[in-house]
Design a protein around this ligand. Structure first.
Ligand code: UDX
Length: 456
């Protein structure tokens, strides 16, 4: 009797921050003998600046083959059209794989695209939702979905008690979609992630058990939850996988040599790394405050300013200031940067990948959340894991330069920041243990793989 190899089709949402973790999870599965095919959109595949060759990649249409997400005009318009066009084109891909003698057994999908479950059912496949965001954020959206928690709260400092959370949170800690700042229709997409979650076979979370014990235990009573993170390349954690080091699936081109050469000339733990991820848009006034805080701080800095954001930098900032004490680049190899011995602190927008990466590499943080899940992530960084401070906004919603400078100083220099720096090191160890042999995430991945093998 011939046993067929388990074959997973992975469908990430079309954003860098969603593609990265799914690619890394794919590599873990592949190292345990599962065949992987990643499906991405025609537009992204055409525009990738880095294309790994360690997994096979196929394209499907999201209805925007020429312009991608930007062509849609809004998030809601994009996911709506992706559903209409994607259901057919994903089905065609599955059929193509069957015809070529490589049928899939399982679809791992991003729950921003909940319709994938129906496609999986039509083909008799098992399915796994892969939540890019952490369990705490998922728990908040779940409770909004169930109508258990009536948000937004009426007062800013009102305490919100959420089942599964070890401490109350405030309005400034919940995702801004919940506060309806970005419009109720986006909240609907977030909440819809749960609309058919009772039909999936697994719920995979990009986190690790030790980091979110209480909330994972609580949600595990509702769904077949498996934490499988941190989803960063093995070479930065347990070093058990052969990684294609430089090559991911990226729509941006990193300035690798410039960054590493510059960092190589900086003293140990002296540099502040600043980045707001792949798509946050920072207000011009905020950009200016940030720029001056970097000039005034005692530390040299490496600042990622994407080319679309660069026009907001104060005039002459790059020539005058960066030549003295900083390097500004449109994109960097973030993991290599965070791993570099010269880095002492990460000023971050608190995208979940950035936080998982900072935790995995033991870098303390200054949290400056912008939108979506980032305020919740910042709350946990500061108050639960105690690996950073939060730079608070004024009543206009701007974080002023003095506040940023104070936060940087606290984390990088002051005695008060010592515990934060020590905690960061402690969590680094726990992150590695989770994915290392026999760790909580490793066991979950093993279990997932052995079930796949049974059904294949
Ligand atoms: C978004 C959300 O903000 C995040 O919270 C959500 O869970 C996933 O999607 P994004 O805003 O781009 O992602 O931030 P983040 O999650 O931090 O992901 C950015 C990724 O780009 C990270 O993996 C980071 O390493 C990478 N990056 C960023 C680089 O490789 N180079 C850079 O210069 C900046």
């Amino acid at each position: 009797m011939t046993t067929q190899k388990a074959h997973c089709l992975m469908l990430p949402y079309s954003l860098q921050g969603h593609i990265n973790p799914m690619l890394q999870f794919s590599k873990r599965l592949q190292s345990k003998g599962v065949k992987i095919t990643i499906a991405t959109t025609k537009y992204l595949l055409k525009n990738m600046k880095e294309l790994t060759n360690s997994v096979s990649i196929e394209d499907i249409s999201d209805g925007y083959d020429d312009g991608g997400r930007d062509q849609a005009g809004s998030f809601v318009a994009y996911v709506t059209r992706f559903k209409e066009v994607g259901s057919d084109t994903l089905s065609q891909l599955i059929q193509k794989l069957v015809n070529s003698g490589c049928p899939v057994n399982c679809i791992v999908y991003d729950p921003f695209l909940p319709w994938v479950v129906e496609v999986a059912k039509n083909f008799g496949l098992v399915s796994a939702a892969f939540f890019t965001q952490n369990c705490a954020v998922d728990n908040i959206y779940y409770h909004v979905h169930k109508g258990v928690i009536k948000l937004p709260p009426t007062q800013n400092d009102e305490e919100i008690l959420i089942p599964g959370f070890s401490c109350p949170i405030e309005a400034s800690d919940v995702p801004n979609y919940v506060m309806k700042i970005e419009g109720p229709s986006i909240l609907e997409v977030m909440v819809n992630q749960f609309s058919n979650l009772d039909k999936v076979d697994w719920v995979l979370i990009n986190s690790f058990y030790e980091l979110e014990k209480e909330v994972i235990d609580w949600m595990s009573k509702l769904y077949p939850i498996k934490t499988i993170g941190p989803t960063i390349p093995s070479m930065y954690l347990d070093k058990r996988l052969h990684d294609d080091k430089e090559c991911g699936l990226s729509i941006f081109k990193p300035m690798t040599n410039e960054c590493l050469n510059w960092l190589n000339h900086q003293p140990i733990s002296s540099v502040l790394y600043v980045s707001f991820g792949s798509f946050a848009i920072v207000e011009a006034e905020q950009m200016e405050e940030l720029a001056w805080s970097l000039k005034n701080s005692n530390n040299n800095f490496l600042w990622v300013v994407r080319s679309t954001e660069e026009p907001k930098l104060p005039k002459k900032f790059i020539e005058e200031l960066t030549s003295e004490k900083g390097l500004v680049v449109p994109w960097c190899p973030q993991l290599q940067v965070l791993e570099h011995e010269s880095i002492g602190c990460f000023l971050t927008h608190c995208g979940w990948n950035s936080i998982m990466e900072a935790i995995s590499l033991g870098v303390p943080m200054v949290a400056m959340p912008q939108w979506t899940d980032q305020p919740t992530n910042a709350k946990f960084v500061k108050d639960v894991w105690k690996i950073g401070v939060r730079a608070n906004q004024d009543e206009k919603g701007i974080v002023r330069r003095e506040v940023i400078e104070e936060c940087i100083k606290l984390v990088m220099e002051e005695e008060k920041g010592k515990l934060i720096r020590e905690n960061a090191k402690k969590w680094k160890e726990m992150a590695r243990n989770a994915v290392d042999e026999g760790g909580t995430s490793d066991k979950n991945i093993e279990e997932f793989v052995s079930k796949l093998v049974t059904i294949s």
